[in-house]
Design a protein around this ligand. Structure first.
Ligand code: NAP
Length: 310
């Protein structure tokens, strides 16, 4: 039986591991399908305190992993499919491969995954001209037109990054103002390669005879007009869906699926804590996720002390 299992390897998970490791709780981390979490799909992180010249996202996450391992955290590379609470009070964590692990306390730091529009052929086009990661796929689309869907910081960041490669980056947003912070919005809109398309949505992805995206059907939400826009890749940047479904009734969630914390990072189930983007729909920053990871570790430590684990 483990003292504490941490599910997730983003900023919240690794910070929880550093703290529970230093508290001699010998934490076990379960990695999920994207070890390192969302920051591994970004380039430079400019706003994580302590790095005045910025740091590359993957490097920051490697550093966090090493720091957690230095204090005794172990990592199993596995994807958790369910968590249940045994009548004795401990947790049973089951992975997709059928393996189970037991723990007295669980910290859920599973983050959030990219949201999609929900169009019929969308899922099958991932990797065929449709992606949510400019850092991963941008370089494949040199000197061709691409588009980014969305109006938040992610959309602006992706669009600005893509101008390094693409001939034109259409920024398709459903309203006529960006939701992004002023600095990111101004930077994007000042870039001559970025062409905003306001009050519009993508109604359809059109493919060529090889099944690759060749264009989208745009729908103007003000006048209902439809038009075709030729491009080679669609970058969907319309926010994220929290990864909490596998917890079933152990947690309550809000209408968007974010875990509701009762006090601090506690959830409605004793011994189960939630930290970072899986529970935070407001701030969603690397540093706030790390802060919640720290809080969840302190709360788990207190909980374990209360049941006699020191
Ligand atoms: P977000 O702020 O939630 O923005 C999502 C965007 O997608 C919004 O513009 C939204 O439109 C649009 N959208 C949502 N559903 C849509 C749909 N079905 N069809 C069309 N458009 C849709 O998400 P985000 O940009 O991923 O940012 C998430 C958080 O991470 C934010 O707190 C952000 O500040 C942070 N972040 C920070 C940085 C940075 O500082 N370097 C970089 C990236 C993200 P509406 O505007 O109409 O709602």
């Amino acid at each position: 039986m483990e003292n504490v299992i941490i599910i997730g390897t983003g900023c919240a998970g690794y910070t929880a591991a550093i703290y529970t490791g230093r508290a001699n709780l010998n934490p076990l981390i379960l990695s999920g399908n994207q070890p390192g979490g969302q920051l591994t799909t970004t380039t430079e992180v400019e706003n994580f305190p302590g790095f005045p010249s910025g740091i590359m996202g993957p490097e920051l996450m490697m550093n966090m992993q090493q720091q957690a391992e230095k204090f005794g955290a172990r990592i199993d590379y596995t994807f958790v499919s369910s968590v249940t609470k045994a009548p004795e009070g401990h947790f049973i964590i089951t992975s997709e491969d059928g393996t189970t692990r037991e723990a007295r306390a669980v910290i859920v730091a599973t983050g959030a995954s990219p949201r999609h529009l929900g169009l019929p052929n969308e899922k099958s086009l991932i990797g065929h001209g449709l992606t949510s990661c400019a850092t991963c796929d941008g370089a494949f689309y040199r000197n061709v037109p691409v588009c980014v869907i969305g109006g938040g910081d992610s959309a602006c960041e992706e669009a600005s990054f893509l101008t390094k490669f693409a001939s034109t980056v259409y920024l398709i947003h459903r309203r006529d103002t960006l939701r992004a912070s002023k600095i990111m919005a101004d930077r994007a809109l000042a870039n001559p390669k970025i062409k905003p398309i306001w009050n519009s949505t993508v109604a359809e992805y059109l493919t060529d005879d090889k099944g690759e995206v060749r264009a989208v059907t745009l729908e103007n939400l003000v006048n209902g007009e439809k038009s075709e826009l030729e491009l080679k890749c669609v970058f969907v940047a319309i926010g994220h869906v929290p990864n909490a479904q596998f917890l079933g009734d152990l947690v309550d969630t809000d209408e968007n699926g974010y875990i509701l914390q009762t006090k601090g990072t506690c959830t409605k189930t004793e011994g189960l804590f939630a930290a970072g983007d899986v529970a935070d729909h407001v701030y969603r920053q690397a540093i706030t996720a790390a802060g919640q990871g720290c809080a969840s570790a302190l709360e788990a430590e207190r909980y374990l002390a209360g049941i006699g684990v020191h």
